[in-house]
Ligand binder design. Structure first.
Ligand SMILES: C[S@@+](CC[C@H](N)C(=O)[O-])C[C@H]1O[C@@H](n2cnc3c(N)ncnc32)[C@H](O)[C@@H]1O
Length: 301
């Protein structure tokens, strides 16, 4: 199935759950794990829901709602634990959600009632449609320091650097409550460095077993918080390899001070600053770091 303009192509993923591939961006909405599996392992599990007692309300911002899979998986986990949800969503394009909700298998991959709850959330005024960069300030004004979980699921940094800039990540960081967590599948050095720059502590989300056997899949993503993070199964402090990664050229940040730059401009500016840093001898070449640690892939740059 494809959307009318064939921008989005429906995919059945490894675990049988529904996902989309964006022809425009050249990237899938979810990893090879499958949409549901990814939502559970990379967003729900590291959320640490045991921290709340039954009857509490968890305040969540879903960044890049897309098909709504992360919110739906979280809804079910909250329900199991008797927790309530206070939710906001950021998303540019209503079509991924429309395609998902129109797909019978998508609706059936959830517990009874979940798809309806997702529909209601996304029809509410808490669903902030538009460029997330333009909508974030109003959310920060209203919710700074009060959000428990930020689920950050933009396309990868090289495809969508607009949502991985130092400035945008700093805005997300401002939302977090003292014990709040930003969770992302991304373990790129530039993103981890930017999260630290925003004053957050960071931890690595464990790679799913199996994937971890590949040397380039050392991490399942990143958790970031104003408070120290490693007191939980599934999260661990960054190892020496990951710390060194943050001192390579790959850690050069994506910059978007006006919140309006396009992808090409952000990537160009970053390349220029990387070239300058190399000339000045300020950062190690990422290739050298990779060879030292016996890594073959560049997918974490
Ligand atoms: C990787 S997909 C999100 C997957 C989603 N969490 C899910 O479970 O289906 C990235 C999403 O970012 C949205 N997006 C791209 N640029 C955006 C922007 N500037 N502001 C808000 N959303 C954006 C896309 O429409 C797409 O739905």
């Amino acid at each position: 199935m494809t959307s009318s303009g064939s921008r989005l192509e429906a995919r059945r993923t490894a675990d049988g759950s529904f996902s989309l591939f964006s022809r425009e961006v050249g990237e899938g909405f979810h990893s090879g794990l499958g949409a549901l599996e990814e939502a559970r392992r990379k967003f729900v599990a590291p959320a640490g829901l045991k921290r709340w007692s039954a009857g509490s309300t968890v305040r969540v911002v879903d960044v890049c709602v897309g098909t709504g899979s992360n919110t739906a998986a979280l809804l079910e986990a909250l329900q199991t634990r008797g927790l309530n949800l206070s939710w906001w969503g950021l998303e540019l394009d209503p079509e991924p959600l429309q395609l998902a909700l129109a797909d019978e298998q998508f609706r059936n991959q959830w517990l009874p009632g979940t798809a309806e709850q997702l529909t209601q959330l996304c029809a509410s005024e808490r669903m902030l449609w538009g460029d997330a960069r333009a909508r974030l300030p109003e959310l920060v004004n209203a919710q700074a320091g009060q959000v428990d979980l930020v689920l950050m699921d933009a396309f990868s940094p090289s495809r969508c650097p607009q949502l991985w800039s130092v400035e945008f990540l700093a805005g997300l960081a401002r939302l977090l409550a003292p014990q709040g967590r930003l969770l992302t599948y991304c373990s790129a050095a530039a993103i981890r460095a930017a999260l630290r720059l925003a004053g957050l502590e960071i931890a690595s989300i464990d790679a799913p077993s199996g994937l971890a056997l590949q040397p380039h899949d050392w991490s399942g993503g990143t958790a970031a918080s104003p408070s120290p993070l490693t007191q939980q199964a599934g999260l661990r402090a960054l190892g020496p390899m990951e710390e060194e990664h943050l001192r390579t050229n790959a850690a050069a940040p994506y910059r978007d001070p006006t919140g309006t730059a396009d992808r090409a401009a952000i990537l160009r500016q970053r390349q220029q600053s990387q070239a300058l840093a190399m000339q000045e001898g300020g950062a190690e070449a990422t290739g050298a770091w990779r060879r030292r640690w016996g890594l073959c892939s560049s997918n974490h740059q």
